[in-house]
Design a protein around this ligand. Sequence first.
Ligand code: PLP
Length: 427
Amino acid sequence: LVSPIIRDTQVFELIAQEQHRQESGIELIASENFVSKQVMEAAGTVLTNKYAEGLPGKRYYGGCEVVDQIEQLAIDRVKELFGASWANVQPHSGAQANTAVFLACLKPGDTILGFDLSHGGHLTHGSAVNISGKYFRPTFYGVEQETGVINYDTVEETAHRERPKLLICGASAYSRDWDYVRLRAIADSVGALLLADISHPAGLIAKGLLNDPMDHCHIVTTTTHKTLRGPRGGMIMLRNDFENPFGIKTPKGDLRMMSSLLDSGVFPGTQGGPLEHIIAAKAIAFGEALSDEFGDYANQIQRNAQAMAAAFVAKGYKIISGGTDNHLMLIDLRSKGLSGKLAENTLIKADITINKNMVPFDDKSPMVTSGMRVGTAAVTTRGMKESDMEQIVVYIDDVLMNHDNEAKIQVIKEEINSWMKAFPLYN
Ligand code: PLP
């Protein structure tokens, strides 16, 4: 019998505490969501016991007949969901997916051009502390100070000056849609490959609510756990597989296609055995995302974000770029005399979870920041609608305007805990 002699109550007690925390508070972290019970169930199965290095039908281990079918299902479903012709669902995370692309497409020292981290970009797009910034020559574009929006003429100028091998679009804290057609023209004009990292808006893109990067970007990466509402993980997709631009051949002398370079970039390039329990959970999440109900859900995320942005603006908060096209917004707290750190630390006392975030041209450090980022994917999963977003903004404003009044914050917290019972999660 493999059950332990003594159940580890210490860890399970902590897990129960975390479940309680998630259920009783308002979750506004833009990169988080709540998976369905069946996604969670699959993630905790015997599949965690299986080694399956390789790809379905081409493994380095025996006994993969069943996991082959599971992984193939995940691949087939995600291809249908995004209209991809090829996908690798093995990356353990979004960072792993991006690293595999870099390994497949770049040589150490090559130039990459990404969206500035302090303007809303991601660490893996060239930050000095990430492998992308240490092993390659990172250069950046950002938003305009006056508008908070990307100026594609400036991106083009930067690309012509820096001559990147890889142009990266996509962000962690940018509330506007992307012009993939223009970006592809820029990439083509300097002979760069174009990578779209759609980690944040993937669920909205899958349901046609935002511009589709698949036709225009050579390679698309994403996490699976944000608006897509799957388990924590990553993946890479292509709509049009293309001959690798580096002339790398197979042992038979044929040119290797991009898909095969990317497969090798994941395994054996940057990972070992895939997490088949997570891939099963991904397959289920992709199945859910294919449904019409998920379309309604994605639509509601977007409507909720717009309602929330309007409510913030009505209370005198400044939203970078003035509004949102997707599920998130970045709020500049300087006009309220607050820092992001103070906002995060105060709101959590009322069980409202947000994250502090740099705003473009921030004069505060990344540990303090002048902004906060909020998103509506998780609260929408709980069944909240536009009027609930207005109520959330009332709570946030009340807490922030009374940040040194512990008694008042305690009263708001209790009100929130009781309100959240109306939006049950896992019972
Ligand atoms: N890319 C973008 C745009 C992201 O926002 C994130 C995570 O927030 C990642 C990549 C990294 O994903 P992970 O945390 O799964 O490595």
